[in-house]
Design a protein around this ligand. Structure first.
Ligand code: SF4
Length: 909
């Protein structure tokens, strides 16, 4: 069977994968043992990639042909590629001629390959003459990049994965790495197993799974990270644990910072952060006495109006203690997306230029113009992500070209985004999926190739460039992103700059990469010593890798010469500022968004697979049990969650991972899966609630802190349908069910089940009064329930249906007041099993399970479909090494290992 080495398209760990293909189809995937990022490991997301690439998935959800909408409100119609490309080029050229280049906005993605990114950037800045190109990495890494530049002088991650093996203090801040970067987290666990003396501190307002193995959890009040880091520095200074020789020789600006942190006394910091003084002191002591401190941080720092300040304040600690530029030590920002780093390298952001050049720097602009063979690169800063949508809403940007991202799900303040998309004269969406919320709003849909179907490179969190390789042809008429861009660019050049040599003469992704490589000569990320041939022969390589070098540098700044004019690192003295939106009597809860273990972003890929919902089956808002009690709510109650920007109805879940006064909703729950028509219609998923306030330096929005209120939703009539549907139609049926969301006050529809041949779907709804029977019949038809056994009681509003096939239960519908759905818990367990009793006896009001049933609960181990209930049953009989016993009995935690932190949390104390 042909095997192709490539890279996982999900998180920034950048794991190597080996794709198995047969007959033009991807049939398997496994971790690449030779890839230094993962050494053969994959997490649940990576190890199920092949299942999301099956033709039966592609047929249902992939964009397979270009489509054009000729009038607003009309349906898009399939068209051929030439017509689509001509149309796009003509509309853009006309718009540029009429309104100027800044009337165009390009919003691209950290999922794109470096070569795709490069040509998008050149098209915007070199051909059109606008800097209005930004990427969803703005929502992810821009604070980290900005802080590196402020402190170290360049956007250079100074650490590498090998540092994990050498550290003796792991300082996680704003990172739930156990979920968001699972393979990296396993390496940390492994390092701690080898070195039991190593310590872990986790700074996080939530008690996440990452916290479970930590030695110290600093559960700070959301948004107070800067105060905490200043407080730690205050103590490090007081105790004499700073490295004065390092500060003197290799840094500047310490006096100002020292004066600033003087006021961050333990008394003030513990009061601001809501932590105990002894914990603060202990953290300072461990940091001050550690041989090598590795801090690992992510969106909890970045997605904030103080994102840059939080990053810089943490880097200050490393500089003050000399914990940088040596094995095991340094500030390590974990990139969220697979190629957020590549976008920064080619400068595909509104404030950057190729090879880490700055748009604001006239010399840099001239260099890039010379490299590209254009007269000039425009000077005016472009619009960053949120600003671009604001400009579109104002009518300044008239054409939005969105590639490989889903802003109608992922951007904060969805009202703004939806209004911008409605106001734009033309919305072009270039994507592999036609099922995203953004694709639904496109005037032109350009079908793009996806993972396993395209060639190029990506750069992971540790600056390692890996090859992405094609294993199969793209489905339908889908094309590689760079080809689509180049085809449009050539047409645009004929219209806007006729008679000039082509700016886009590329015949392959490698040719684009070679041009990108040349732009890096002499720059901090110089890769002129690299070639695709070398990547082929020697595997993934880290930058910088200049001409003549025999290898990349795994750890920049080992000489303690930083990328500033003086060569010294700079301390940044920024005072603590609270989040943009304070809580008050009307909006008294602090809402954070974050990741689930088995989902990726908006779920256009992971959301196609039922088994990836086993761990977190349906949307919810997590609140502390005491918070629920205080509001006279019970777990499962539906609540209106309302911010100043929008509202959403969700079930409430009790969780002691959050504190009183705080709330959590997973970032993945967009309008594709959930609708809650609360005070307003329609609603747009979790980001209806979040705020679009920006960090002043990085322009990154504050996705981790919004003030909300929670009120019980009076939706007493409930409805649920669940059952098995043909896998070949599951996603198509899911889409059809989405069309009924509007009939309910709350609705969600998700796949479930571990059996990839017989897919499961559940539709859940709630309303103030029974929903029209014709709507229910339409939903039930999807599950083949129209001729099923039925039991209705119109007087009590009860309705139930059960369908069996070959004597096995295949679908059930229940409707009525909340109590009428109590049987769902045990009826779910009958699915796919022999019908134990006549259907009417199972459906009658007050029916009891035919045999004692223990609900399986959520799936903890996805690889072997092991649920919570089974784990508890086995643990009850375990002696000695309980984890080993579990692994022997159930195999859980013996494959990808993503569930290990949770298994450990479930073990007896
Ligand atoms: Fe992919 Fe998981 Fe590796 Fe991230 S940790 S790159 S999601 S396999």
């Amino acid at each position: 069977m042909p095997e192709v080495r490539s890279t996982c398209p999900y998180c920034g760990v950048g794991c190597g994968v080996i794709i198995e293909a047969r007959g033009g189809e991807i049939v398997g995937v496994r971790g690449d043992p030779q890839h230094p990022a993962n050494r053969g490991l994959l997490c649940t997301k990576g190890s199920t990639l092949h299942l999301t690439a099956r033709p039966l998935v592609a047929q249902q959800v992939r964009a397979l042909a270009p489509e054009l909408r000729t009038a607003r409100g009309a349906r898009r119609q399939p068209i051929d590629w030439d017509t689509a490309l001509d149309h796009v080029a003509e509309r853009i050229a006309t718009c540029v001629q009429k309104h100027g280049p800044d009337a165009i906005g390009l919003y691209v993605s950290g999922q794109l390959l470096t070569e795709d990114y490069y040509v998008f950037n050149k098209l915007a800045k070199g051909l059109l003459g606008t800097n209005n190109i930004d990427t969803n990495s703005r929502l992810c890494m821009s604070s980290a990049a900005t802080a590196y530049k402020q402190t170290l002088g360049a956007d250079i991650v100074p650490t590498c994965y090998e540092d994990i093996d050498c550290a003796d203090l792991f300082f996680f801040a704003g990172s739930n790495a156990a979920y968001a970067h699972p393979v990296l987290f396993r390496r940390v666990e492994e390092a701690r197993r080898r070195n039991p003396a190593a310590k872990t501190i986790v700074v996080d307002p939530r008690r996440t799974v990452t916290v479970s193995g930590a030695d110290l959890h600093l559960q700070i009040v959301p948004g107070t990270d800067v105060a905490l880091f200043h407080g730690l520095l205050h103590l490090l200074l007081w105790e004499g644990w700073v490295d004065r020789r390092f500060i003197e020789a290799h840094t500047e600006g310490f006096a100002e910072l020292k004066a600033l942190v003087r006021e961050f006394t333990p008394a003030l910091v513990t009061q601001l952060c809501g932590i105990r003084t002894e914990d603060l002191v202990l953290a300072a002591q461990w940091w001050g006495q550690a041989r090598a401190v590795l801090s690992l941080y992510c969106q909890g720092l970045n997605q904030s109006t103080s994102g840059t300040a939080k990053n810089a304040a943490l880097i200050n600690l490393h500089l003050a203690t000399g914990q940088i530029g040596r094995p095991g030590a340094g500030p390590f920002s974990l990139t969220g997306q697979p190629n957020a780093m590549g976008g920064r390298e080619v400068g595909a952001m509104a404030n950057l230029l190729s090879a880490h050049r700055d748009l604001a720097n006239a010399e840099h602009r001239a260099e890039v113009a010379r490299l590209w063979g254009v007269e000039r690169v425009p000077e005016a800063p472009g619009k960053t992500a949120v600003e671009m949508f604001e400009a579109a809403r104002r009518g300044e940007i008239k054409i939005l070209w969105i590639a490989c991202t889903n802003p109608a799900q992922s951007m904060p303040n969805q009202r703004l985004v939806r209004e911008a998309l409605a106001a734009a004269e033309l919305v072009i969406v270039q994507d592999a999926y036609r099922t995203t919320a953004t694709a639904a709003l496109a005037d032109v849909l350009l079908p793009a190739a996806s993972w396993g179907e395209k060639d190029g490179t990506v750069t992971n969190s540790e600056r390692r460039i890996s090859r992405v390789r094609r294993a199969v042809e793209p489905p339908g008429q889908a094309r590689e992103d760079w080809r689509i861009v180049v085809d449009i660019a050539r047409r645009l050049q004929r219209r806007l700059r006729p008679g000039r040599p082509s700016l886009f003469p590329y015949a392959s992704a490698e040719e684009i990469w070679l041009e990108h490589r040349d732009t890096t000569r002499g720059r901090d990320l110089d890769i002129t010593g690299l070639s695709w041939e070398m990547l082929e022969r020697d595997g993934p390589q880290q930058w910088p890798f200049p001409d003549g070098a025999s290898s990349g540098r795994s750890r920049p700044f080992e000489d303690h010469v930083f990328a500033t004019v003086s060569g010294k690192a700079r301390f940044v003295a920024v005072p603590y500022r609270p989040p943009a939106e304070p809580i008050d009597a009307r909006f008294p809860l602090r809402l954070a968004t974050g990741r689930l273990r088995d989902q990726w972003h908006g779920g256009s890929r992971t959301g196609t697979l039922g088994r990836l919902f086993g761990h977190a089956p349906e949307p919810c808002i997590e609140l502390h049990p005491a918070e629920l009690a205080r509001r006279q709510l019970r777990p499962g109650d539906l609540v209106h969650v309302t911010s100043r920007r929008g509202s959403l109805v969700l079930p409430a879940a009790a969780s002691d991972a959050v504190r009183m006064g705080e709330a959590f909703i997973a970032m993945h729950w967009g309008a594709e899966f959930v609708a809650g028509c609360g005070d307003e219609r329609p609603t747009f998923g979790v980001n209806a609630l979040t705020i679009d306030a920006l960090d002043p330096d990085s322009r990154q929005p504050e996705l981790k802190h919004a003030a909300v209120r929670v009120q019980k939703a009076e939706l007493p009539w409930r409805y649920v349908v669940f059952g098995q549907v043909p896998a070949s139609r599951q996603l198509e049926l899911q889409l059809a069910l989405r069309a009924h969301f509007g009939a309910f006050g709350y609705a969600c529809c998700v796949p479930f089940g571990h059996d990839d041949a017989r897919a499961g779907l559940v539709f859940r709804g709630a309303a103030a009064a029974p929903v029209q029977v014709c709507v229910l019949q339409a939903i039930e038809q999807v599950f083949g329930l129209e001729d099923a056994a039925a039991l209705d009681d119109a007087r009590r509003g009860l309705r139930s249906r059960l369908r069996a096939e070959g004597g096995h239960v295949v679908a059930i519908a229940l409707a009525g007041p909340v109590e009428a759905l109590a049987a769902e818990v045990w009826l779910r367990e009958l699915l796919g099993r022999p019908l134990p009793l006549p259907a009417h006896r199972l459906l009658r009001p007050g029916a009891q399970p035919p045999a004692p049933t223990v609900p399986r609960g959520r799936i903890v181990c996805n690889c072997f479909d092991v649920a919570e209930a089974e784990i508890r049953r086995v643990l009850a009989t375990a002696n000695g090494n309980a984890l080993a016993h579990l692994q022997a009995e159930l195999k859980c935690g013996t494959n990808c290992g993503a569930c290990l932190p949770e298994l450990r949390r479930m073990l007896p104390a």
